[in-house]
Design a protein. Structure first.
Lengths: 300, 86
């Protein structure tokens, strides 16, 4: 836009203010809605399950409004690809949605795109006097012991509820390679749910792990959100492979998938030549084992 | 009746088979989580395989205080000693 180019400093100052405003607004709205809309939705519902559906849909709506607002004030811009793959409600089995995590508002984006989705919520939120109730009524899952977590997630997935997980467990550290933890893979193995990868790129990067909220980038954060193809358990977890090895292999393959799909989104590599590898030969069974060993020796 | 060394060797093999951990990394002082990247879910897997290996039921409480490879060896060895004195 012409204004941004003519007055870059002013534009950046505006976005710093606007980001701060969005932060405050988010917090205030969270408290107000926790005291009004969410309890109301729970009350008018005949049981917890009906309440959960209503509240998850309300979450989607609120997040969508918030994303729209951030766009209007010029803090973000975005493009969305593959959204048709997110029609997941009403299926017999839930889908395990995995995404990379470059920015603080990734969750806001993704929840705004799905009618009903479970999220894993950290302990801190469960202890917050306002937010603990909506989080409970929304049927979100507490991040407690690894074993309990995997069990709860698998149970919900079996019941047809989809789950959003960020395998990195935290925001990506800019400049460092993607490191994913095995939690998502463990949930996949326990539930044998389809894995649906969503790649999020944010350029210029905003609200990343090493950035403070007031460090606005040189332009609005442009998000590209690309929903990949679902991968069934028969592909990522062939029968006969030891559980712990499978968890490690799936995690490695997810890291490779996201690294290459991020490259695609950044336009660095033409789509035709990069094949995100999660779907084909996920355990590298056709790779030469001696090559794999060399690779492991050379990695830090 | 197995010696600690035998338990150690068997554990080394198990860690390689279950978690792709190279034998040279398996030293008595190696911390399961920090050095060998064995998380709590892996630990459950390990306990199940140790149970098969030793033929003894491993109580979850035994593993609560296990932190290093040496701790595992000690826990398994003490279980075996228990059995043989009964």
């Amino acid at each position: 836009m012409a204004i941004r180019q003519k007055f870059p400093k002013l534009d950046r100052a505006w976005r710093k203010i606007a980001t701060g405003y969005c932060f405050v607004l988010f917090g205030v709205c969270a408290i107000i809605l926790s005291a009004t809309l969410f309890p109301l939705l729970r009350l008018i519902s005949r049981d917890a399950e009906a309440g959960r559906v209503r509240i998850q849909e309300a979450m989607r709506f609120v997040m969508a409004v918030f994303i729209g607002m951030m766009r209007v004030v010029g803090v973000i811009s975005y493009e969305l690809h593959g959204l048709e793959r997110l029609n997941l409600v009403g299926r017999e089995r839930g889908t395990l949605i995995v995404a990379n995590h470059p920015s603080l508002i990734d969750v806001v984006f993704l929840v705004s795109l799905m009618r009903e989705v479970d999220c894993i919520v950290k302990e801190a939120l469960w202890r917050n006097p306002f937010l603990r109730w909506p989080v409970l009524w929304a049927g979100y899952i507490p991040n407690r012991s690894a074993e309990e977590l995997v069990e709860s997630c698998a149970r919900n997935l079996h019941a047809g509820r989809s789950l959003l997980v960020f395998p990195e467990g935290t925001r990506t550290v800019p400049g460092q390679p993607l490191t994913m933890r095995r939690g998502a893979a463990q949930i996949a193995l326990a539930s044998r749910a389809d894995i649906l990868p969503i790649t999020i790129s944010c350029e210029p990067l905003m609200l990343a792990k090493t950035q403070a909220w007031h460090q606005a980038p040189h332009g609005p954060g442009h998000f590209v959100i690309s929903v990949g193809e679902p991968i069934p358990a028969s592909v990522y977890a062939p029968v006969g492979v030891a559980h712990s090895l499978a968890a490690r292999a799936i995690t490695r393959r997810m890291e490779e998938y996201f690294a290459s799909s991020l490259k695609v989104l950044a336009g660095a590599t033409p789509v035709a030549t990069v094949q995100p590898a999660l779907g084909s030969d996920p355990l590298g069974l056709t790779e030469d084992p001696s090559e794999l060993e060399d690779a492991e020796l050379s990695s830090p | 009746m197995q010696t600690r060394e035998e338990v150690f060797e068997q554990l080394k093999g198990l860690l390689g088979e279950l978690f792709e951990i190279k034998p040279e990394r398996v030293v008595p002082g190696a911390h399961l989580f920090k050095d060998l990247d064995i998380d709590s879910i892996d630990a459950i897997d390990l306990m199940m395989h140790l149970k098969e290996l030793t033929g003894k039921k491993i109580q979850p409480e035994t593993f609560k205080h296990v932190r290093t490879v040496q701790d595992v060896v000690d826990a398994v060895a003490s279980l075996m000693t228990e059995e043989s004195t009964k």
